[in-house]
Design a protein around this ligand. Sequence first.
Ligand code: NZQ
Ligand code: ZN
Length: 388
Amino acid sequence: MNPFLYHIPTKVYFGENQLHHLGEELAKFGKRVLLTYGGGSIKKNGLYDTILKEIQAANLEVYELSGIAPNPRIESVRAGAAICKEKQIDVILAVGGGSTLDASKFMAAGAYVDHDPWEFFSKNAPIEKAVPLVTVLTLSATGSEMDCGGVVSNLETQDKLGRLATPLLPKVSFLDPTITYTVSPYQTACGTADILSHIFEVYFTTEKDLYMLDCFMEGMIKTVLRYTPIAMKDPTNYEARANLMWTSSWAINGFVNGGKEHDWSCHPMEHELSAIYDITHGLGLAILTPRWLEYCLDETTLPKYVQFGVNVFGIDDTLEPMTIAREAIKRLSDFFFNTLQLDDTFTKVGIKAEDIPLMARKACGGGTLEGFKPLNQKDIEAIFTKCI
Ligand code: NZQ
Ligand code: ZN
């Protein structure tokens, strides 16, 4: 185990009716609020009206930026940063899933710089300051509500790039599971694939583990395996939505990391799929994950698969280790493609074999992803090819 720093000071209001605290929390940062949201789901389900009432009751001035797309575009970030500067925004209120939250983080940082916000990604431009961010989460998936990262797409350059910076961490996040009642079964499934991948990126490691964190991660994996089918069949099941929501935050808020230093694997690969094909992040991860696990399976990595198979799926621990490992991958594939009904190949989602070399080269930046098993361009091409 390596030494580590854990510091996630986001204040979380969890549960039904917590939005009553929204006005008082926003007012702590000032009077002028920029409300950001996506393509309109919050208008359809009534959340927009609830939020405006809270803002008005607190006598705040509100400006709006809507239309933030899934796989959020740099154009939205530029527009938001410009509003922050022009209206001297005191606090950004992001209401949505990961796309709205991520875009808002870079609007917040963009408000304090003179250069194009894309330079945060293309040139690693410093992020030293950001407008305070308050979030109302509407979809359980990315953990953006409790982490300091975000991912933004640039369609011109066909790049989808991520960035972490402490000033981007939300100050306050509202997590009301009832807000996710209107999330479709498909987006619920994709959200779960994302949550699972955030855990797997850390859990599947050859670095030394903290036993306590492994148990915690196995508990979170079992939680999502148990509650996602329930939420898909019965969207207003509070218990299911609440379990998914709190797991989404804890899967990626830094807690489970325990000082591990290795790279993530499926995420850099998936970002290249969404960069070119604009597919849903969780769907891309679901297609990749079982193939990545198959590819990484060897004598060195085997013990982790056995641990996973026995502790998560309850596979008989007296079987041959390789049999347990293969069975664990099979059960995970069954979960993604049969239980969650997600598409299982690149072909089904329109990804073409001819783009594999380019996507593979970009995923590893021409070098190696030093993850569970080191992956260079050729390895990634092989994994992508298994997905066709
Ligand atoms: O845009 P609206 O109309 O709101 O509809 C959205 C969108 O179409 C809809 N939706 C959200 N909440 C809803 C709802 N529909 C009905 N009822 C609700 N309550 O769902 C669709 C997808 O929304 P989006 O925000 O794109 O989904 P998600 O939360 O999965 O975010 C994905 C983005 O986050 C990035 C991904 O790469 C992707 O760009 N990620 C961010 C991370 C982070 N900040 O740490 C980590 C992740 O690994 C991920 O990379
Ligand atoms: Zn993710």
